[in-house]
Design a protein around this ligand. Structure first.
Ligand SMILES: [Zn+2]
Length: 352
């Protein structure tokens, strides 16, 4: 326990990091010191477990146990009812390592479990309502649970360096999210619902398997940084002409919608009214048409920062619609519906 006596820092900070400790016991520490300590640093030791006596730090707000050999975060941690920040990077933790009652720590705002062995984000973590920063970088996550949207206060989510292949649309339900890192995964597409992430300022997508971005990304007005290097982004104009001709139902529906015929449940069976309400507007401003199930996937390049051309994906109502500027000698990659990108918006696009 010499380490405790020689501990540095003010009364509120107890720094026991880099001491090669393989066990620690806080029972011998004075009551006064235990109740006054708000920050406890135990990183870079050789701890295999945390002592039960850790729960005696009744005022603790910050706990860092990174870079140990921890395979379990003991239940005693749930006694730290004032804890706001929990950092346990670079240990051997997995989804079975956390206290079942972790969600009782409702004061937690920052949790960093990067560099561990998690294959899933544990349910207890998804119940921490006040969390505004969550890091699970460098784990073995294969997916993001749909329940991520219960973390409504989340501002930062770091999930880089995992094995995630798809993004749930629920991720778009986080109204405060401003920093999202999904780099170094296996992501093939971004859901167009991302347009709902109104607070998003930084989006890291580098080193994934993206070939294009949803056109909706243009409506993220707060977005200032977008990293895309290390993706197989398509680099030239592409028309994907796999197009199933519209059914007679769709043709009739398109006519009704584009000519603005009025209809109601008095005239039509409920299922047809429902169908008609599902019409999507064709994004070609010169078309004005709609489509239902039959559309053409189209990659369109849009200038960012006057330097980069990003492939954005959208759906058009018909193959004819892929050449909206047929009266214009320029290529349709330069067509005039690019006005949606204010020049001062995206400040950095990192492609290379
Ligand atoms: Zn069209």
């Amino acid at each position: 326990m010499d380490a405790l006596e020689g501990a540095e820092g003010g009364e509120s900070v107890l720094d026991l990091s880099h001491l090669n400790l393989n066990s620690v016991n806080f029972e011998t520490l004075s009551e006064k010191r235990r109740t006054e300590t708000t920050q406890l640093h135990l990183c870079y030791n050789r701890l295999a477990a945390l002592p039960v006596s850790i729960s005696r730090f009744t005022s603790l707000e910050f706990l860092d146990v990174s870079n140990n050999g921890l395979s379990v975060l003991s239940d005693a941690v749930t006694g730290l009812t004032r804890l706001k920040t929990l950092i346990a990077k670079n240990n051997r933790l997995d989804e079975f390592s956390l206290p079942k009652d972790l969600s009782s720590l409702q004061s937690l705002e920052v949790v960093n479990l990067s560099g561990n062995r998690f294959e899933e984000i544990p349910k207890q973590v998804l119940q921490l309502q006040r969390l505004h920063s969550l890091s699970f970088g460098g784990n073995r996550l294969k997916h993001i649970p749909a329940e991520i949207d219960s973390l409504t206060s989340l501002e930062l989510l770091y999930l880089g360096g995992n094995m995630i292949s798809s993004i749930p649309v629920e991720l778009a339900n986080l109204p405060m999210l401003s920093y999202l890192a999904l780099c170094d995964n296996r992501i093939q597409s971004i859901p167009p619902q991302f347009t709902r992430l109104h607070s998003l300022r930084s989006l890291s997508l580098h080193n994934n398997l993206l070939t294009y971005l949803p056109r909706e990304i243009l409506s993220l007005v707060q977005l200032q940084e977008l990293s895309l290097r290390g993706n197989p982004l398509v680099v030239r104009f592409i028309k994907d002409m796999t197009y199933d001709p519209p059914s007679l139902l769709e043709l009739a529906g398109r006519t009704i919608k584009t000519r603005n015929f009025r209809y109601s449940e008095k005239d039509l069976p409920a299922n047809l009214v429902k169908y008609l309400d599902l019409a999507s507007k064709c994004p070609n401003p010169k078309c004005g048409g709609v489509y239902f199930d039959s559309c053409v996937r189209h990659i369109k390049f849009v200038d960012f920062c006057g330097k980069y051309r990003l492939p954005l994906m959208h759906y058009l109502c018909s193959p004819e619609c892929t050449s909206p500027c047929s009266s214009n000698p320029q290529s349709d990659a330069d067509s005039d519906d690019d006005q949606t990108v204010p020049p001062d918006r995206l400040q950095r696009v990192l492609l290379g």
